[in-house]
Design a protein around this ligand. Sequence first.
Ligand code: ADP
Ligand code: MG
Length: 253
Amino acid sequence: MSSSTVERQIELYAKELRLPAVRESYSDEAHHAQAEGASYPEYLLELLRLESDHRCQSRTQRWLRESRLPLEKNLETFDLKRLPSKVMHQVRALKDGSFLERKENVLAFGNPGSGKTHLLCALGQELVLQGYKVYFTKCSLLVEELLRDKKALKLDRKLKKLAKCDALIIDDIGYVHHDRDEIEVLFTLLAHRYERGSVMITSNLPFSKWECIFKDPMTTAAAIDRLVHHSVILEINCESYRVEQARRRSAAP
Ligand code: ADP
Ligand code: MG
């Protein structure tokens, strides 16, 4: 077979089998292998490694898109030194993702502007980069979606879909719900996720005020109980970042 026919066939097979990195690199790698005296298995190994890396990178990119995380809120743009030192240590420990294997929750409390949302988004992004599946949503939006699914008799399907992610980030659970149905779907979700997968929550309200969210004391206690059972609590009581920035600007000469 002529070498151009071989190349055409390799390209066709690589396309059919969806091996874009093999298709892209087989020729250059063959020259390298020849120049370095590599064996056939070593050449094949290198191609497989390239394909595997390529797949891993495209999966990470896809999961970052699907996570709905605001990607500009990452650890590079976050000043960790602003955090209380206990929280800084907790964050370092959370970065390795092992809490997701243990199905532990992360609950971030603190005053508005203290960086809760930014911090959990940044952690979420680190977790995706490590190969975990993360989904970020504002609590109000999530409740709206769950209600819509419930009305369409698709709540079970939605809960199963959400169960596929390793971490569900629910931002701003302090949102005050008025309607029983809203409270019920939120509670159903938290109960469904309990010990199935991690939940990461931000809230301006301390637990003592969670009756504003769940209305009756029994539901409130049951929700807190499930969330706290296996959890890491981040208490970010520091000055609002925006207020601090504004003060710095006005103090600048
Ligand atoms: P919270 O969710 O606690 O109300 P946010 O995370 O929304 O606060 O933070 C408010 C603003 O300040 C955002 O624009 C965020 O990016 C920024 N910010 C807060 N903390 C930090 C920090 N430690 N480093 C960099 N930016 C921060
Ligand atoms: Mg927030």
